[in-house]
Design a protein around this ligand. Structure first.
Ligand code: C2E
Ligand code: CA
Ligand code: CA
Length: 710
């Protein structure tokens, strides 16, 4: 069955965790390099060897041709030299005969002229011939030659004395003919010997050339065999290296490099194959999307090395919970997807999900640290929730988001209402985007009261959305939408503009507190953008306060520090919002120069019921006092709470006890009717005037902290 085959191919075993994968990939690339280098070397050697053999061969042929030419020339010269001897001899004989016949002196002279010619010819023949042939020639002809010269000279003497008949007699005589015969025979033999010696020489050269040819050919064959063997060995090695590299590349193509579990691509392939198969294993599949909780915090606080370790460890823990043939993949940075076959019982899936949550949430040791993450699980079931991979992944994603919304560390199985909720959310988000763009968000104001003076020191800006059909949408619903879609900056500026507009007539000593979303600290131009709105609206920076929650600090402390410093540099003060709900790390308080700390309303709400809350609030107020930072209590709903806070020395309070957040229209009336003090305290009057002047000038006045400290 195709599905089974795929399960085998992409089963759990294949995705087994092995942290060496990345290193192996690098290693394999070096093997491939080695192999290609070796092949390159072999080729180089082949070329060099081939070229050397070719050179020897060509050289040898060239040499042979040279030697052959020399040998042939030698033979020709020897032949020519012996011909020359016979010719010169004939001339001598002819001159002698003519002298004897005519008695003329000129034949004798010609004879004498020809003597050096024959001597030269003999010398040359001797030089060309092998030494034994020259010696034999000497032995055979010297006497006859001398005798001939002697007879001829004697005949010349007779001619000179006018005895021509005697001269002829000498030349026609038997001795002369005999010596002549001896000379002729000797010369012929000598010529033959010289020619055959030259021919032998030529034969020797040819034989030598043949031998050389055979040797060179043998060397070429031997070289070629050696090279081929070397090349074949390198090719074998290269092939092995390429195969292992290919295997590793295939491994990397389907495995996540960090955790070793399947990657997203392999998941998609696996899932669509499993769904395509006519009969999935046991008929049903469940897709579990596992999103790690608080992973980002680990990364931010302890660095990426710790983050990587956590991912590897949780991947391995989850793998151990899966059976053969079930798949685990890393879907996103801190999201995993498990695909399992199941028998149709949701309980089986839920049990596995809760075991995953339990195992993932167990502490992980990292050096001296003990790290802990959690997991939320969303499940989509096939065929109940769909038969397409995309659809199942989308639904598992919706379910995991729901699990996160419902407190994390839980499992939610997809149901149709979630889909509707998602669609609604999407529609709402787009409407919000338009509302922000059109300036439809309204700023509401909630007073912050100085407890000692019982006077209003400022207002927190709280935004409201009057939706045409949904009515008043609370910020807790729509702020996260803007955060998800990344337009909190536009929202903030729109609300600030609306607040400046609504609080135009606010007494100058009263401040406005603006909430900013954690992600806004990433905007390098945040402070400039705020300043621009303030300038545009004619409000002094010294009258503005920015509220930052702890989650903003946790996500990026360096950026938070940068933003806080810039805000303070331009005269905007900064308060730490919702203190006590997050990490409440004292390190933030010592490192960041907050102007105020706001205790979260959850502590104030339980003040009267829980002794613990009163102690915590007391401690925070004490901390503020020792740090010299004023404390504001949020969510004060009763006179008793206000009284308690005043007694323990809390600076300011905010809550329904004084007033709920009100619209700009309600604000003017409130300021007129409230029993709280509205005028500045006498000591603040002068500073208030300065602030008012600064405001009129629209300048970024340096804040005078005491002016509007609650
Ligand atoms: P927050 O900054 O902690 O604001 C105080 C919230 O507590 C406000 O809720 C306020 O109406 C509520 N509150 C004040 N006094 C009492 C009280 O006595 N009892 C109770 N139960 N609640 C009280 P609201 O206006 O619904 O705002 C909720 C959250 O929405 C705010 O919490 C803030 O985090 C966020 N928010 C509001 N406006 C903006 C804004 O313009 N920008 C951003 N980024 N966030 C905003
Ligand atoms: Ca706030
Ligand atoms: Ca708050």
């Amino acid at each position: 069955m195709a599905n089974m085959a795929h399960n085998q191919a992409l089963g759990r075993g294949d995705y087994a965790f092995h942290r060496e994968t990345m290193r192996a990939a690098m290693f394999s690339s070096s093997i491939v390099k080695q192999a290609t280098d070796a092949a390159r070397r072999s080729l180089l050697w082949s070329f060099a060897g081939g070229a050397a053999i070719l050179c020897v061969f060509v050289g040898e042929r060239f040499l042979f041709q040279e030697q052959q030419t020399v040998a042939i020339e030698h033979a020709l010269k020897a032949q020519k030299a012996s011909g020359q001897i016979l010719l010169a001899d004939e001339r001598l004989t002819m001159s002698a005969n003519m002298a004897a016949a005519t008695g003329e002196q000129r034949w004798i002279d010609r004879y004498e002229d020809n003597i050096p010619v024959i001597d030269d010819a003999i010398a040359e023949a001797r030089a060309l011939a092998p030494s034994d042939a020259a010696r034999r020639f000497d032995e055979e002809t010297r006497v006859s030659n001398d005798r001939l010269v002697e007879i001829e000279r004697r005949s010349f003497d007779e001619v000179r004395q006018g005895r021509v008949a005697q001269a002829r007699g000498l030349l026609d005589g038997l001795p002369y003919a005999q010596h002549k015969q001896v000379l002729s025979n000797g010369t012929s033999r000598f010529a033959g010997a010289a020619i055959s010696a030259a021919r032998e020489n030529l034969d020797g050269v040819e034989a030598h050339a043949d031998l050389m040819f055979v040797l060179v050919a043998a060397a070429a064959i031997a070289g070629a065999v050696l090279l081929w063997r070397g090349l074949a060995r390198h090719l074998r090695r290269s092939e092995a290296a390429f195969l292992s590299a290919e295997e590793r590349i295939r491994d990397l193509a389907v495995n996540d490099a960090l955790t070793g579990v399947a990657n997203r691509r392999a998941l998609r392939e696996y899932l669509s194959d499993a769904l395509d198969a006519a009969q999935p294993v046991m008929g049903k599949l469940a897709v579990l999307m596992i999103d790690l909780d608080h992973f980002k915090t680990i990364n931010d606080r302890h660095g990426h090395v710790a983050g990587d370790l956590v991912l590897k460890e949780v991947a391995q823990r989850m793998l151990q919970l899966l059976r053969e043939g079930q798949l685990l993949s890393r879907y996103d940075a801190d999201e995993f997807v498990a695909v399992i076959d199941y028998d149709g019982s949701e309980d089986v899936v839920r049990r596995l999900a809760s075991r995953i949550i339990e195992r993932v949430s167990m502490p992980i040791s990292f050096g001296d640290l003990s790290l802990q993450v959690g997991a939320s699980v969303g499940v989509a079931l096939s065929p109940a929730h769909g038969t397409l991979d995309e659809e199942l992944l989308r639904k598992a994603d919706i379910a995991v988001r729901r699990a996160k919304e419902e407190g994390r560390g839980v499992c939610r199985i997809f149901d149709a209402s979630m889909d509707v909720a998602v669609d609604e959310k999407k529609a709402l988000r787009e409407e919000l985007r338009a509302a922000v763009k059109n300036g439809e968000l309204a700023a509401y104001f909630q007073p912050i009261v100085n407890l000692a003076e019982n006077a209003i020191s400022g207002f927190e800006i709280l935004c409201r959305w009057h939706h045409p059909t949904r009515g008043l949408v609370p910020p807790d619903t729509f702020i996260p939408l803007a955060e998800e879609a990344g337009f909190t900056n536009a929202l903030t500026m729109s609300v600030l503009r609306s607040a400046c507009q609504g609080a135009r007539d606010l007494p100058p000593h009263m401040f406005l507190a603006l909430n900013i979303a954690p992600q806004q600290i990433q905007d390098e131009w945040l402070v400039e953008k705020i300043l621009r709105v303030l300038t545009e609206m004619g409000m002094a920076p010294g009258q503005l306060e920015v509220e930052l929650t702890e989650s903003a600090l946790v996500s990026d402390l360096a950026a938070a520090k940068r933003v806080i410093t810039s805000l303070k540099n331009v005269g905007i003060s900064v308060s730490l919002d919702d203190f006590g709900t997050g990490y409440s790390s004292l390190c933030y308080l010592s490192e960041l120069p907050f102007d105020k700390i706001k205790i979260d309303r959850s502590f104030i709400r339980t003040l009267s019921e829980r002794d613990q809350s009163a102690k915590i609030v007391n401690a925070i107020v004490g901390l503020g006092r020792s740090l010299g930072v004023p404390i504001v209590a949020e969510g004060v709903e009763t006179a008793a709470d206000a009284e308690f806070l005043k007694d323990i020395g809390c600076s300011s309070a905010q809550g329904y006890y004084y007033a709920k957040a009100m619209s700009a229209a309600e604000l003017a009336g409130f300021l007129k009717t409230t029993t709280l003090k509205v005028a500045p305290a006498p000591s603040d009057a002068i500073a208030a005037q300065i602030a008012a002047r600064a405001r009129r000038a629209g300048a970024a006045a340096e804040p005078a902290p005491s002016v509007r400290r609650a």
